[in-house]
Design a protein around this ligand. Structure first.
Ligand code: BES
Ligand code: ZN
Ligand code: ZN
Length: 485
């Protein structure tokens, strides 16, 4: 159950905990009715993310239990400051049932009121997230209601937006966190179906016969080693007013990546339930489009299979034929994501959308290049890059562009087929993967590829995320789409 967040015009008469947000350069011990010594001794300096619970007895108690939550220096704040505060608060106030937070009074600039309210609410809702569905003994979270003190259209809108985006993020996190043996391709497709129904989206789910008919040789090739049938989900959102723009989103949906016959090590395989994080981000994004009433037509393409090692698995050296007719020599069955994406990108290109963006936990090489926190961005279109960068700055989901040099294309030349699925040397693996994908996107369609292998899954709690699925990409895409109009 998610926590309920309400906007209230003034401090509720009764609140289990009243939280005040404070900037480090704007508060003094007097404001807090606390003597300087006591405050110093507490170590609280109102740094971003710092929280202190004040005594409930004595003159400083203000009658009810209260806490101060630091925002750091007022001149340095951005949306991220508020997102982080929300997350810190959701965790620190876990033991209270109902709390209220003074928010409007600390935001002096009306122009940012909506964004800050959105960020703070997102922080609360993402911070309260826990993946508990498979635990038998968990204490239910006490925190059920947060009243944010403030009023006006800007705050209401920011809060409502946050509810939609966070729901999408938490849906993506749930999907990533579900074990690979549980979230099979058909199970993922069922979640997609339910999501479509709940949010008024149209959906088409292709099973094995339809996938064969659609000539998706990449998806079929990867699926050959599995006892689980593949699925291909196509999910669409049409705004109520006819839109001029059509965006295609493609997400890698490998529900578990064992590597196929080019098997991974046990350590390399341990977190490979996360290999459908691109698909999860696409579904999470689709789920929020209608709630946000975004005015752009969006179609999501999600190829789903696991990458296993059954007796009839694709062998290194086998050649697959992708939907667009190109043949691929598979020299490493662990480079499977690009094979299923090739079919999806080909299909997406056929409808001639205005842009295609794919998200994929595609390469370990991207993590070597950029570490855990940045997604790699590769693109054929500078406007798209600029727009994604802008959105990334607003949502705090970091991306960094890598090049797609024509000169590296020769690394993908095959002796027996049109292209091979791995580069020839040990270097630049994220880029050769990007160059491979580029072959399956129609040349005149602006395209961007986000390699989210690093940020999609947190091996340890990171920033606003708990360990596990992060839902990376959902807020980024939603912001990108919102800014498109
Ligand atoms: N799913 C992996 C990439 C990955 C690695 C995602 C770590 C998240 C964390 C992908 O399918 C893969 O195995 N890629 C290979 C490609 C190689 C064989 C060319 C890799 O990165 O090693
Ligand atoms: Zn792989
Ligand atoms: Zn993979």
């Amino acid at each position: 159950m998610s926590i309920e967040i309400k906007l209230v015009p003034k401090q509720p008469a009764r609140s289990e905990l009243l939280v005040t947000l404070v900037h480090s350069d704007r508060f003094s011990s007097e404001d807090l009715e606390m003597d300087t010594q006591t405050l110093k001794a507490s170590g609280f300096e109102a740094e971003s993310g710092q929280i202190i619970f004040l005594p409930t007895v004595g003159p400083q108690s203000k009658g009810s239990p209260s806490a101060l939550l630091g925002l750091g220096e007022s001149t340095k704040e951005d949306n991220g400051t508020y997102r982080k505060s929300g997350t810190v608060l959701a965790k620190a106030a876990k033991g209270f049932k109902q709390i209220s937070v003074e928010l409007q009074s600390v935001i002096s600039d009306d122009d940012v009121l909506m964004d800050r309210t959105q960020a703070f609410t997102e922080g609360l809702l993402m911070g309260a997230y826990e993946y508990v569905e498979l635990k038998s003994n968990t204490k239910p979270r006490k925190l059920s209601t947060v009243s944010i003190i403030g009023s006006g259209r800007r705050m209401t809108t920011g809060m409502e937006r946050a509810k939609s985006t966070s729901r999408g993020v938490n849906l993506a996190r749930d999907l990533v966190n579900r074990p690979g043996g549980d979230l099979t391709p058909s199970a993922f497709a069922r979640v997609a179906s339910k999501t479509a129904k709940e949010h008024g989206l149209s959906i088409k789910i292709l099973g094995l016969p339809e996938i064969k008919k659609a000539k998706m040789g990449g998806l079929l090739g990867v699926n050959r080693g599995s006892t689980q049938q593949p699925r291909f989900v196509q999910i669409s959102y049409r705004p109520s007013k006819p839109s001029k723009k059509h965006l295609a989103l493609v997400g890698k949906g490998i529900t578990f990546d064992a590597g196929g016959l080019s098997i991974k090590t046990s350590q390399g395989m341990a977190t490979m339930k996360c290999d459908m994080a691109g698909a999860a981000a696409v579904l999470g994004t689709m789920s929020a489009l209608a709630d946000l009433s975004l005015p752009v037509r969006v179609t999501g393409y999600i190829p789903l299979t696991d990458n296993m090692l059954g007796g009839d698995a694709t062998r290194p050296g086998d050649v697959l034929k992708i939907r667009n007719g190109k043949t691929v020599e598979v020299l490493n069955t662990d480079a499977e994501g690009r094979l299923v994406l090739a079919d999806a990108l080909s299909l997406a290109s056929e409808t001639k959308p205005d842009a295609i963006i794919d998200l994929a936990t595609l390469t370990g090489a991207c993590m070597v290049a950029l570490g855990n926190e940045y997604a790699g961005l590769m693109s054929t279109n500078t406007d798209l890059v600029d727009q994604l960068r802008q959105a990334s700055q607003e949502t705090g989901e970091d991306i960094w562009q890598l090049p797609l040099p024509d000169s590296y294309r020769s690394q993908l030349e095959s002796e027996v087929a049109d292209i091979k699925n791995i580069g020839s040397g040990p270097y630049g693996g994220a880029i050769t993967a990007g160059l491979f994908l580029k072959e399956f996107v129609a040349e005149d369609i602006p395209w961007a590829h986000l390699d989210i292998a690093g940020p999609a899954f947190a091996d340890a709690p990171w920033g606003i995320h708990p360990k596990g699925g992060t839902g990376f990409g959902v807020r980024l895409l939603l912001r990108f789409i919102e800014d498109l109009k």
